[in-house]
Design a protein around this ligand. Structure first.
Ligand code: F6R
Length: 357
C-alpha cells in the first residue's frame, strides 16, 4: 500500500535507506561479518570469467557490479544486455559463471539466455527481488534483494538493492579468494544508508532542480566518467520512461565525438562528479558544453565540490557512490514527470515486467 504517498515511486525511493539496513542484516553472520552461501562463493572462485546478463535498470546495475567484482575479487566480468546475448553470443571463456540480475525474475529476454546457458552445461546465479520467480527456480543459485515489493514501473529501490548485493558478493568472494579488502563494507553500507536518508530529506531541492532544468526542455543529457557514467545511463533511463523527455547518458569524453552537436542554448546537461581521479576531466567536459550554450547541473560529492555545483551529495566510499548519486537522478526524474503532468507510476507503453521477447 502506498499509504500517505501520492505515488509508489516516491514511497519506494524513500524506502531505500531501510532496504540498505535490511540487506546488511540479511547478509550478516552471527559475528556481524558479511556472509554468502558457500556454494555461491565456490562457484565464483572457480570461474575464470563472470558474465552478467540483464536488461534495463538491472543492466545498469550490472555495469556497476562489474566494477565491484573486478576491483575487489579481481575476476574479469563482462556485462551483457540479455536480448543481445541471446542472439549474438560472444565467445565464452573456459569456465564461465553466469549471473542474472532481475528485479522481477520474470524478464523473458533474460530467461531465454538462462535456458541457453543451462543447456550448454554452465552454472548460473540469479540476483532477484522475487523468491520463487522463474529465473530463481531455473538457476543453480539465488541471492535475494530483500527490497520488498516494487510496484512503480520505474525501478528505484531494486537498483540500489542490486548494487548492495553485488558489493557484498564481490567482497565475500574477494575474502574467499584471499584478496585483502581494505575497508569495512558493513560500516560503509551503513554510511550509505545514512547518506540516502539525508538525500531523501532534501526533496525540495530536487523538485526545484527539476523545475529549473526540465519543465520545458525537449531533451537532456547526463554525463559522467567511470561509475558516474553508468549512473548517468540510469538517470537518463529514469527521466525518459516517466517524463518522456528525450535523454541520453554519455561518457564525458565521448560527447565531443558527435553528440555535442545537439547542445543548444539552454540544453540541460546533468553532470556527475563523485570520482576524485576524474574530477578535473569531467569538469573540463562541462566547460565544453557550456561553451555551446548548455545549462549545466553539476552534482558532485562532498570533498570534490566547487562553487559552480548545483548539488553536493554526502561523502561515501568512492566505490559505493552509485548507491547514493542515483537518488538525485530518481527524484529529479520524479519531479520532472510531475511538473509535466505525466502518470509517474504507470508510464505509457511500459509494463512492470516484460514477459515477452
Ligand atoms: C526501468 C525498468 C526496466 C527493468 C527491466 C528489467 O525502470 O524497470 O528497465 O529494469 O525491464 O526488469 P527486471 O529487473 O525485472 O528483469
Amino acid at each position: 500500500e502506498k499509504g500517505t504517498y501520492p505515488h509508489y515511486m516516491l514511497k519506494e525511493i524513500d524506502e531505500q535507506p531501510l532496504v540498505m539496513r535490511k540487506i546488511i542484516q540479511n547478509y550478516q553472520d552471527g559475528e556481524g561479518a558479511l556472509e554468502i552461501d558457500s556454494d555461491i562463493v565456490a562457484a565464483m572462485k572457480e570461474a575464470d570469467r563472470i558474465y552478467i546478463i540483464a536488461a534495463g535498470t538491472s543492466y545498469h546495475a550490472g555495469l556497476v557490479g562489474k566494477q565491484f567484482i573486478e576491483k575487489l575479487a579481481k575476476i574479469p566480468v563482462e556485462v551483457h544486455i540479455s536480448s543481445e546475448f541471446g542472439y549474438n553470443m560472444p565467445l565464452l571463456s573456459e569456465k564461465p559463471l553466469f549471473v542474472f540480475i532481475s528485479q522481477s525474475g520474470e524478464t523473458a529476454d533474460s530467461r531465454q539466455v538462462l535456458v541457453q546457458v543451462k543447456e550448454m552445461g554452465y552454472k548460473a546465479l540469479t540476483i532477484t527481488n522475487v523468491a520463487g520467480s522463474t529465473l530463481s527456480r531455473e538457476a543453480d543459485y539465488t541471492l535475494l534483494l530483500h527490497a520488498g515489493p516494487e510496484i512503480a514501473v520505474a525501478s528505484t529501490k531494486a537498483y540500489t538493492a542490486q548494487l548492495a548485493v553485488l558489493a557484498i558478493l564481490a567482497e565475500v568472494t574477494a575474502r574467499g579468494i584471499g584478496h585483502e579488502v581494505d575497508f569495512d563494507l558493513v560500516q560503509e553500507l551503513g554510511i550509505v544508508a545514512t547518506a540516502m536518508e539525508a538525500l531523501c530529506d532534501d526533496k525540495e531541492e530536487f523538485e526545484s532542480i527539476a523545475r529549473e532544468y526540465l519543465t520545458v526542455t525537449r531533451n537532456a543529457f547526463f554525463i559522467g566518467r567511470g561509475i558516474d557514467f553508468y549512473v548517468g545511463l540510469e538517470g537518463a533511463l529514469k527521466l525518459k520512461e516517466i517524463s518522456y523527455i528525450q535523454a541520453e547518458g554519455f561518457a564525458g569524453g565521448e560527447l565531443k565525438h558527435g553528440t555535442i552537436a545537439l547542445i543548444e542554448e539552454g540544453t540541460p546537461v546533468i553532470a556527475l562528479a563523485t570520482q576524485g581521479f576524474v574530477n578535473l576531466s569531467i569538469r573540463g567536459n562541462v566547460k565544453e558544453v557550456v561553451a555551446r550554450g548548455a545549462n549545466p547541473c553539476i552534482i558532485s560529492m562532498s570533498g570534490l565540490e566547487t562553487d559552480e555545483d548545483r548539488f553536493v551529495i554526502p561523502e561515501v566510499h568512492s566505490l559505493l557512490t552509485p548507491l547514493i548519486s542515483v537518488i538525485p537522478m530518481q527524484l529529479i526524474s520524479y519531479y520532472a514527470a510531475l511538473h509535466r503532468d505525466c502518470d509517474v507510476d504507470k508510464p505509457r507503453n511500459l509494463a512492470k515486467s516484460v514477459t515477452v521477447e
